[in-house]
Ligand binder design. Structure first.
Ligand SMILES: [Zn+2]
Length: 235
């Protein structure tokens, strides 16, 4: 019986590993997707920030040029002011001057806003460049490992299945059927160790006599409560 129990434990270990491999077929693509997405998102954010920075610098430059030419006009009107002859001329010039002053003031306000915003964008761009460097390096390494793992999952499953066959042929048919039935209903925990005088899976406490039987290992003892195979590991 001890030999059979050993085989069952071996089978259970293989089934754990097969379960992990099957699960990895789901989570590996997710992990790969997320790592790739992080690289793309960081890159896109950097490109967008740089683009915005470029646009704001262009806007600032153009406003500054406009202020220069407005100042020249203003200067010209102020010179004309010294030689005017009529009230009508005076009124017209006053309007032109007020007009230019208002525009200059508006442009200067916007330039100040842009200067603040450009400072922030430059800071953000520096941070993003650093982040991109980190993300590129870390994620590329991880992706390499994960893609290799992904490529080998199929082969690993095939190998485990062969290994499983080699074990199952060495287990008595009825015992194997019992194992498969429990596995179907309970999942991967089929053979469980006795812990603190109770079933290690459902924690139902076991009578002293039962524990003795399990210790002896003379037969397959099933937990009354959860139906799993009980094993003595010398707790
Ligand atoms: Zn149990």
């Amino acid at each position: 019986m001890k030999k059979e129990m050993e085989m069952l434990l071996k089978l259970q270990e293989i089934d754990y590993q097969l379960g992990e491999l099957e699960r990895s077929k789901d989570y590996l693509p997710d992990m790969i997707f997320n790592l790739e997405k992080e690289i793309e998102d960081t890159n896109r954010e950097l490109v967008e920030t740089e683009e915005e920075l470029k646009n704001q610098n262009l806007e600032k430059k153009s406003l500054e040029l406009e202020v220069d030419s407005l100042n020249q006009e203003l200067n010209k009107f102020q010179q004309q002011m010294k030689v005017i002859k009529t009230n009508k001329e005076y009124d017209a010039l006053t309007t032109e001057i007020a007009n230019r002053k208002l525009k200059i003031s508006k442009n200067e306000d916007r330039i100040l806003e842009l200067m603040d915003s450009i400072d922030e964008l430059e800071e953000k761009s520096t941070e993003l460049k650093k982040k991109k460097e980190d993300v590129d390096a870390t994620n590329t390494t991880q992706l390499e490992t994960l893609r290799k793992e992904m490529d080998s999952v199929g082969t690993k499953i095939k190998m485990k299945e062969d290994e499983r066959k080699n074990v199952t042929v060495r287990i008595e048919k009825r015992l194997l059927a019992t194992y498969e039935r429990i596995k179907k209903g309970r999942g991967t925990d089929v053979v469980v160790a006795v812990k603190k005088g109770a079933c290690g899976a459902c924690y139902k406490s076991l009578p002293h006599q039962r524990i003795q039987e399990i210790k002896m290992g003379n037969g397959i003892i099933i937990c009354d409560s959860c139906g799993r195979i009980l094993l003595w590991t010398g707790e």
